[in-house]
Write a protein that binds this ligand. Structure first.
Ligand code: URA
Length: 263
């Protein structure tokens, strides 16, 4: 049955949004009732497979190389922001509503790196404003930090590995994270915090260059771009599994102690 009544169409749309289907994933609708594609002919199946010739090298640098060049040319955070916003190498930009660069006080001595914007962040253009952001704010308040404070010792600077929301909040791919990593490293260099807190697997794996998971890697100090860095559970994971709150709290206390010891 095809609805033509605008109210019924709106209700159907609202129902889909409530179910979380708030992304267009293709330019054209998929007709799931269309007849199947013709099956391969016997000759086609029997034909020896031909390896596609490699694409001739166009001479154009790949996206990660381009990102490295753009990132290293940025000498201020404003430059970096403009370079990332104009970067065409990452297709996520086409599906996102907003580019999400950072929030908080850029001169804070603590910088936090999350994964990627979710739905609320994509709407507002600011990182960590949804439910996990609210939990993050409470966690930070517990160690005397506030993203609205404008002193190095009380403020906090927040960014993500990716500045665009992946469709339907899927995990960022390895390629996407590798492509955006030069920008992230430059971001850290330009903000020059005294300590980094990496939230969740994506930030931790990107910056610690490991395949091990957050449960194994959390709570240990490493160096990233010359800055001491500790990884901990992502607030979204804490919302799903409260059992991890205790080790996350231990990581925050360790971070606080590190910042106080190096004052
Ligand atoms: N999760 C993240 O990792 N970053 C955000 O900005 C929001 C949710």
């Amino acid at each position: 049955m095809i609805h033509t009544d605008p109210e019924a169409l709106l209700a159907a749309l609202a129902w889909q949004v409530d179910l979380g289907a708030d992304e267009a994933i293709g330019d054209a609708p998929v007709d799931r009732f269309a007849p199947p594609e013709p099956v391969e002919t016997a000759e086609a199946v029997a034909a020896p497979s031909v390896t596609k010739p490699a694409k001739p090298d166009s001479g154009a640098p790949d996206a990660a190389t381009q990102a490295t060049v753009l990132a290293s040319a940025a000498t201020t955070l404003a430059d970096l922001r403009a370079a990332m916003e104009g970067f065409e190498g990452c297709d996520l930009r086409h599906g996102a509503r907003n580019f999400v660069f950072s929030d908080g006080f850029a001169a804070a001595d603590l910088m936090i790196v999350g994964e990627a914007p979710g739905r609320e962040e994509d709407r507002e253009g600011r990182p960590f404003v949804g439910r996990s952001g609210q939990l993050l704010d409470r966690m930070l308040a517990a160690i005397g930090r506030d993203r609205t404070a404008d002193t190095a010792g009380q403020g906090v600077y927040i960014t993500n590995v990716l500045p665009w929301r992946p469709p339907a909040n899927r995990d960022p791919s390895k390629d996407e994270m590798a492509m955006m990593k030069p920008f992230l490293l430059r971001h850290i260099e330009l903000a020059a915090p005294r300590a980094l807190l990496l939230l969740g697997n994506s930030a931790m794996k990107t910056l610690f260059e490991t395949e091990r998971g957050i449960t194994a890697m959390r709570g240990t100090w490493h160096e990233v771009a010359g800055v001491p860095a500790i990884a901990s559970f992502h607030p979204a994971a804490l919302l799903r599994n409260g059992l991890n709150k205790r080790p996350a709290w231990a990581d925050l206390l360790d971070l606080k102690a590190k910042l106080e010891a190096t004052e």
